[in-house]
Design a protein around this ligand. Structure first.
Ligand SMILES: C[S@@+](CC[C@H](N)C(=O)[O-])C[C@H]1O[C@@H](n2cnc3c(N)ncnc32)[C@H](O)[C@@H]1O
Length: 156
């Protein structure tokens, strides 16, 4: 299985980039992982709806029909880390080829993306910046694999 983290917009903070790279290095011991950052859609005079639609076009180009797509969305389902690690493990056992997690832009996702998604998960009921979310997510992904492997990183 490959896990893709598909994000709208570049990581513009050196500190966040460096932390992301650190977790990505650790993750590669467990799973094939890629982070894809789509270019910012910042054309003048776009309404939020038009911006989301332009972002959706870019997102959809990066998806293939068999991909399982999970939105990161504050209105999604919340999990405890142990529950989420079990979900990931079952995706691997079921033979999922590519699991794509999506981080939206400043206005969230266009309706086309909600239609394409298989599910949506929330990291908290609070809203984070699209920059911070990728870091919190990747740490949870790393944590999940240490739980699957029974390694001493997570403590209940
Ligand atoms: C600044 S937020 C957008 C908020 C916007 N109000 C919306 O309608 O979604 C940018 C992106 O970060 C992600 N995000 C922010 N907070 C999150 C949370 N608590 N859990 C999961 N994803 C989150 C989502 O992918 C969201 O589209």
């Amino acid at each position: 299985m490959i896990i893709s983290l598909l994000c709208v917009g570049k990581t513009d903070s050196k500190e966040i980039s460096s932390l992301l790279e650190d977790y990505e290095k650790r993750l590669r011991h467990y799973i094939r992982f890629e982070r894809i950052e789509l270019p910012d859609v910042k054309r003048k005079n776009l309404s939020p709806a038009q911006q989301k639609s332009a972002e959706a076009e870019l997102i959809l180009k990066k998806l293939s029909p068999p991909d399982q797509v999970i939105l990161l969305d504050e209105k999604g389902k919340e999990f405890r880390s142990v529950e989420w690690s079990a979900q990931l493990e079952s995706k691997m056992i079921q033979g999922t080829k590519r699991l794509v997690f999506l981080v939206g832009g400043p206005y969230g996702f266009d309706e086309q993306i909600y239609q394409r998604a298989d599910s949506k998960i929330s990291l908290s009921r609070m809203t984070f910046s699209h920059q911070m979310v990728r870091l919190f997510f990747i740490e949870q992904l790393y944590r999940a694999f240490t739980i699957i492997r029974n390694e001493p990183y997570h403590h209940e």
